[in-house]
Write a protein that binds this ligand. Sequence first.
Ligand SMILES: Nc1nc2c(c(=O)[nH]1)N[C@@H](CN(C=O)c1ccc(C(=O)N[C@@H](CCC(=O)O)C(=O)O)cc1)CN2
Length: 299
Amino acid sequence: MAEVIDGKSVAEDVVQKVKALTAELVGKGAEKPGLAVVIVGEDPASQVYVASKSRTAKECGFHSLQHTLPADTSEQALLKIIGDLNADPAVNGILVQLPLPGHIDSGKIIQAIAPEKDVDGFHFINVGKLGTGELETAFVPCTPAGSMLLIERMRGKDLSGLNAVVVGRSNIVGKPMANLLLAANCTVTIAHSRTRDLPALARTADILVAAVGRPEMVKGDWVKPGATVVDVGINRIAAPEKGEGKTRLVGDVAYAEAAKAAGAITPVPGGVGPMTIAMLMANTVASAYLAAGMKRPSF
Ligand SMILES: Nc1nc2c(c(=O)[nH]1)N[C@@H](CN(C=O)c1ccc(C(=O)N[C@@H](CCC(=O)O)C(=O)O)cc1)CN2
């Protein structure tokens, strides 16, 4: 049976380290790190994530700002807020919660964030830095950064000689995840909906990352014995066994089957999810260190 990778506990370690780094920064006379979180509309899941981000920012000792905007906020109004936050020296990190309402061009909003405050790591400058291995100054998207930290805890920082398969090619998870694994010397394959014989390819993976958004798609017999399996999916499905109208969360991996073959596996919930918010705090404190002309802390 696989070792269960406890994302909640690693995320808590990261938050404790951010707290200590914040205290050290302030102790040296610098301003505390500032994080601005912007939410547009009333998507219930987004409201929960944003509340958790603002709460964790306060717990880390940050200056925490939240802009809660109505669903009919115009693109222009949102761009104006981003411009103001870019110019505010008390703000080191800006995060616009996704998804945005359909009338707003998310790409335009993301590219309007100053790259040095883009703690989500979605700006082209940060994407380019990650792609070219400029990891000293890049902001890496929080979910893949957190997944990578979990992988490092299991297998160390140098993954030379290991095959990694990333199932999913999104800009937010699949592509940055593949770049991080490549930077750690893995041999990386990105698989997607057009990949032939995905089960056979997945079985070559020493590290298998599932980020497709399809409940329990990765089956137990896709997993190489002893592999490290990282499940990025968070899917809410019907759970009639819990009662009428009840739901439960599952990942992109059929957990019970996969855990029989894997050496280590992340659960859903409690695996990669909590790392997303912890790594946002890590990126924000790193941004504050860089703004203060200090060496970027590592996690
Ligand atoms: N601007 C961004 N928007 C979104 C991002 C992001 O990184 N930046 N990621 C996701 C949502 N997200 C954070 O924003 C997020 C998702 C899941 C979790 C989490 O802790 N999940 C728990 C389960 C929670 C539940 O019960 O529903 C877990 O997996 O254990 C945290 C953050 C989309 N938008």
